[in-house]
Design a protein around this ligand. Structure first.
Ligand code: AMP
Ligand code: MN
Ligand code: MN
Ligand code: MN
Length: 276
C-alpha cells in the first residue's frame, strides 16, 4: 500500500473545527495512512482520535504543537510520537494552558478598550473544553462584523503590534524541547518560514534548537510556497535535521488546505518517520 503521511493537524481540542473522530475519518478518506494530531498546547483529542483511527486502519501518531519563546520570538514546536501521559510533559502543558487562559482574558480586555465587548464570553463558549486560541478571537470578530475575514482580524487586531496583541510568556524553547524529549517524542520546528524571521536569525536558532535536543524541521506544509519549501529543505540539510511533512489542517472550510494533500518529500531527504 502507498504510504501517505500527514504529521500536523488540528481538532476542536484547539482551533480546528472537526472532532478527532471526524478528523480521522477525513484523513482516511483522503488516503492518509499515518496522521499526527497536533493540537495547540493540548493532548485532549488524542484518546478519541486513537479510538477512531484504530477502527479505520489508520496509524495515529500522538502529537502536540507547543508554543515556545526563544529570544522574544514565538516559535511553534511539534512534539511527535510523545507519551501524552508523561508527568513532565503534562505539567508543562498545564502551565501553557494557564498562560492561554490568562492571555484570552487580556486580549478580551484590549478589545473592550477598542469598543468591542463580549469577546471573552464568545471565545470561551466557542472553545468549550478546548484551548482558546487567537483563531477563536478572529472568528468572533468576523461573526460580529468587525472584520471581513480571519486574515483581516489578525492584520487589524491580533497580530504583533496590533491593538489586541498580548505579548505572551510561553515556556522557553529549551523547556519545551525538554518536555517533548523526556516524554519520548521528537521535537520538530513547525513552519520555519511563517514567523517573519530572517534567514540569519533562523540560522542562529537552528543549531541551538539542535543542541537542546530538537531533531526535526517541517519541510513540507500545505501553506508553503515552492520557495519556502526550498529554503526549509536547505535548513534541514545544513543542520542535519529530519524532515517532517504536515498539512496544518484546521477546517474543511479552507479549500486551500486538505489533509494529505501535500507535495512529496524528495527521496534524498531523511524523513522524520524513520524515528517512529
Ligand atoms: P495562538 O497560538 O493562540 O496565538 O493562535 C495561533 C493560531 O492562529 C495559528 O495556529 C493559526 O491557526 C492562526 N493564525 C495565526 N496567524 C494567522 C493569520 N495571519 N491568519 C489566519 N490565521 C492565523
Ligand atoms: Mn492553529
Ligand atoms: Mn503553528
Ligand atoms: Mn498548527
Amino acid at each position: 500500500m502507498l504510504e501517505k503521511y500527514d504529521l500536523h493537524s488540528h481538532s476542536i481540542a484547539s482551533d480546528g473545527t472537526l472532532t478527532p473522530t471526524e478528523l480521522m475519518q477525513r484523513a482516511h478518506n483522503q488516503g492518509v495512512t499515518t496522521i499526527a494530531l497536533t493540537d495547540h498546547d493540548t493532548t485532549d483529542g488524542l484518546q478519541e482520535a486513537q479510538q477512531a483511527a484504530s477502527s479505520l486502519d489508520l496509524r495515529l501518531i500522538n502529537g502536540i504543537e507547543l508554543s515556545a519563546i526563544h529570544q522574544h520570538q514565538c516559535l511553534h514546536i511539534l512534539g511527535l510520537n510523545i507519551d501524552p501521559q508523561h508527568p513532565v510533559l503534562s505539567q508543562g502543558i498545564a502551565r501553557q494552558q494557564q498562560t492561554r487562559a490568562e492571555r484570552a482574558l487580556k486580549i478580551a480586555e484590549k478589545l473592550e478598550k477598542k469598543q468591542i465587548p463580549g469577546a471573552y464570553a464568545a471565545v470561551t463558549q466557542a472553545a468549550g473544553k478546548g484551548e482558546v486560541t487567537r483563531s477563536h478571537f478572529a472568528d468572533f470578530l468576523l461573526a460580529n462584523g468587525y472584520v471581513a475575514s480571519q486574515q483581516e482580524a489578525f492584520d487589524r487586531y491580533l497580530s504583533k503590534g496590533k491593538p489586541a496583541f498580548v505579548p505572551t510568556i510561553w515556556a522557553e524553547l529549551a523547556e519545551v524541547v525538554e518536555w517533548i524529549t523526556v516524554a519520548g517524542g521528537i521535537a520538530v520546528l513547525a513552519h520555519p518560514l511563517r514567523y517573519n524571521l530572517s534567514y540569519k536569525w533562523l540560522s542562529r536558532m537552528l543549531p541551538v534548537f539542535k543542541e537542546l535536543g530538537g531533531q526535526g524541521i517541517e519541510v513540507i506544509n500545505a501553506r508553503s510556497s515552492e520557495d519556502e519549501m526550498r529554503v526549509s529543505r536547505q535548513f534541514a540539510e545544513k543542520y542535519q535535521l529530519y524532515a517532517s511533512v504536515g498539512s496544518d489542517f484546521h477546517s474543511p472550510d479552507n479549500q486551500w488546505v486538505e489533509l494529505g494533500r501535500l507535495p512529496e518529500l524528495p527521496k534524498t531527504m531523511q524523513p522524520v518517520w524513520d524515528l517512529f
